[in-house]
Design a protein around this ligand. Structure first.
Ligand SMILES: [Zn+2]
Length: 60
């Protein structure tokens, strides 16, 4: 029987990579690249969505 503990699905919008760093092309005074961190709006940075509305609650 397959392991079915995870009831979350990978976010379709970010494909499971909810936070990405975007390079602005500028350099910080310290010489490193200046980046912006952007969080996926669809999943709010979790990378997953709750399982769709098929209710399969096991109330034992
Ligand atoms: Zn997402």
């Amino acid at each position: 029987m397959p392991e079915n503990t995870a009831r979350l699905r990978v976010c379709r919008d970010c494909d499971g990579f909810p936070t990405v760093a975007i390079t602005t092309g500028q350099r910080t005074p310290t010489g490193s690249r200046h980046t912006l961190t952007v969080t996926c709006r669809a999943c709010h940075g979790t990378g997953t969505h709750p399982a769709p509305a098929t209710r399969r609650e096991v109330t034992a």
